[in-house]
Design a binder for this molecule. Structure first.
Ligand SMILES: [Zn+2]
Length: 188
């Protein structure tokens, strides 16, 4: 059975698109975080330019031996904003894939990516994780089953909070008054 570490982010839908702030630096990760398509690269650039929390997550991963391949892909369960899956291990290096749903506003997608990067940091902090099985062991310890996935989905409070915090910072940088919309209107 194929196992997925599936993670759900706040799937609140914003009623209008926020205008993206001009990207300051054109960083889109480094050698560790590898965007696989133009939209992923844009999400990374925007996230790093506009959210200190997002930037801190990227910096932690870039200083680690964990690689994260990032893709925006429609091949993700409709109820999920993003998910993190195990890829492989090679020597001291471990490889993860973060998949982000395309059916989100830019701000939502950046927050979803921030959420998944927090999961990557969680994996980074446990060197015992070297396979899907050991990844499950980690999440049995630090997470709880996710209600958005029928089987084998996990969630952590830290990742949820990371996503919420990134989204708050994105809203701050756009100066938009979105508080009412940003109440956690979770739909799974
Ligand atoms: Zn999650």
């Amino acid at each position: 059975m194929r196992w997925l570490l599936s993670v759900v982010l706040c799937s609140a839908l914003l009623v209008s698109n926020l205008i993206a702030a001009p990207a300051g630096k054109s960083r889109e990760g480094g050698p560790r975080i590898r965007p696989q398509d133009p939209r992923s690269a844009q999400l990374l650039r925007d996230g790093m330019a506009r959210s200190a929390t997002f930037r801190a997550l990227v910096d932690q991963i870039e200083a680690s031996q964990v690689f994260v391949y990032v893709q925006v892909s429609p091949f993700i369960k409709a109820s999920l904003a993003g998910q993190l899956t195990w890829m492989t291990q090679a020597g001291p290096y471990r490889y993860l894939r973060a998949t982000i749903s395309p059916d989100q506003t830019s701000n939502q997608a950046i927050a979803s990516l921030g959420h998944e990067l927090q999961h990557a940091v969680e994996v980074m902090g446990d060197t015992n994780v070297v396979s899907e099985q050991t990844l499950v062991s980690l999440y049995k310890r630090i997470g709880q089953p996710s209600s958005a996935v029928a089987t084998s989905g996990w969630e952590t409070i830290a990742a949820q909070e990371a996503g919420f915090q990134v989204r708050r910072e994105l809203v701050d940088t756009t100066g938009a008054v979105m508080a009412a919309v940003l109440t956690e209107n979770v739909h799974l």
